[in-house]
Design a protein around this ligand. Structure first.
Ligand SMILES: [Zn+2]
Length: 433
């Protein structure tokens, strides 16, 4: 197995240190799982193909995929307990880069400009927790673990961040939330971070086809970020990369939505399964070299293009990353319509952006018989839809609280939509047991 890393060198008078920063361990996470579970990587590849086939034959059913995100901050000291401002900055960066609203798109070279685009994926901090209570979308857990990293970056240790009994934080319902854990994964030497992993993510898996006994060994679904790497260097003064633009999360969420490294984690004979990304022999190690063409292969009839250091799924410097390609975007849509079809909020149109600051509750979730609603603002109507958007139930009125009997609904996931008298609206997925 080839490990991808780059060296960051600096001097202290009289001594010489070589610090190793690992950009991403998502491929290593797959290798680790593969060592525990037979055919894991094959299964990941099959899921990739399902999403890809879907994207070849379908158009997206949504104009916008809005993903609720929960950040779990697991900290040992105040420096690791990063502020709400940094987390909001990271959400803003995700939304900017995934919408291709980042100002540096002007740097995308001419040869790639017709290949790139907006993902129509948007991220919001979760506003309702799994129990139906209002939330900031941020949890904070103090831990006794001084770091979750080890010299060899052992996943047995790293994964503890996803478990409350191991000193981390249990995930929220992974079908309905993107869980992002933030912690320290670095290993110090003489008081300086010596080994540092910036992040890793889990690929989409189709659980129905999965061996029933594999769950205990499964990596907790979601993304893990080193606390240094959250937000950009203007907001996060801990940032270890002076040029950081918060794109570790952009890259890791790309993995979470099914994308692979642009060089295919191999040489020119390996590719990332995406037709419109040029093949490359290796990662661009924190480089912004526009003149490298490491593999000879035509790209979409456009000829033999240079290595695409602009791509978020490369290891190029965050200064030159600015793009996802159309086929990468289609693959992400395929994942959101298949393996992660429960994740995105259903878009009911007008008013759906106005869900901030609603002092509002739907509970319990999951529910068995009754679903309760309470609000400080008057509700105008409540409706319940199945995931295809079919209206199953509607209640009109002018009320601050009410209770619906949902006993007759079969077990499954539903979407509740509430319109308020003031014109605001709210929607949430609920689980009926
Ligand atoms: Zn990666």
């Amino acid at each position: 197995m080839k490990k991808q890393f780059f060296l960051f060198l600096f001097f202290i008078p009289g001594m010489f240190y070589s610090q190793t920063i690992h950009k991403c361990y998502s491929k290593e996470a797959i290798d680790y799982q593969n060592s525990l579970i037979p055919n894991y990587e094959q299964h990941v590849n099959e899921q990739f193909e399902i999403a890809k086939q879907w994207s070849n034959n379908h158009t997206p059913t949504r104009s916008l995929y809005t993903i609720p995100v929960v950040f779990h901050i697991v900290y040992n000291n105040s420096e690791q307990n990063i502020s709400d401002d940094i987390i909001q900055n990271q959400i803003d960066i995700l939304n900017q880069d995934y919408a291709r609203l980042n100002p540096d798109t002007v740097n995308t070279r001419l040869e790639f400009q017709n290949l790139v685009g907006s993902t129509n994926v948007r991220f919001v901090l979760a506003q309702v927790d799994p129990d139906g209570n209002p939330t900031s979308g941020i949890t904070r857990t103090q831990t006794n673990m001084s770091t979750f990293g080890t010299w060899d970056l052992d996943f047995n240790e790293l994964e503890k961040v996803k478990s409350t009994v191991d000193g981390g934080k249990d995930p929220w319902d992974q079908e309905h939330y993107l869980n992002i854990w933030v912690c320290d994964m670095s290993v110090d030497f003489l008081g300086t971070p010596y080994v540092m992993l910036l992040g890793y993510a889990t690929p989409p898996l189709g659980l129905p086809n999965w061996p029933p006994d594999s769950g205990t060994e499964d990596l907790g679904d979601g993304v893990v970020l080193q606390y240094h790497a959250v937000g950009d260097f203007l907001h996060n003064t801990n940032d270890i990369l002076p040029e950081s633009k918060g794109r570790t999360a952009v890259h890791e969420v790309g993995h979470y939505l099914g994308l692979r490294h642009i060089w295919g984690d191999g040489d020119c004979t390996m590719d990332d399964g995406i037709e419109d990304t040029p093949d490359a022999t290796d990662a661009s190690m924190q480089d912004c070299n526009f003149n490298i063409n490491s593999c000879n292969a035509d790209v979409m009839g456009l000829g033999d293009l240079n290595d695409m250091v602009e791509n978020f799924m490369d290891y190029s410097s965050e200064l030159c990353q600015n793009s996802f390609t159309q086929n990468q975007i289609a693959l992400m849509h395929g994942v959101l319509e298949n393996q992660r079809q429960e994740l995105a909020l259903i878009n009911f149109g007008v008013g759906i952006d106005e869900i901030e600051n609603l002092d509002f509750n739907v509970f319990p979730n999951p529910t068995y018989t009754n679903l309760n609603f309470s609000s400080v603002k008057e509700m105008k109507n409540i409706s319940i839809y199945n995931l295809n958007g079919t209206l199953l139930f509607e209640k009109e009125g002018n009320f601050l609280s009410t209770s619906l009997n949902v006993n007759d609904l079969s077990s499954g996931i539903y979407v509740v939509n509430v319109n308020f008298m003031n014109g605001q609206s709210f929607h949430k997925k609920i689980s009926k047991k």
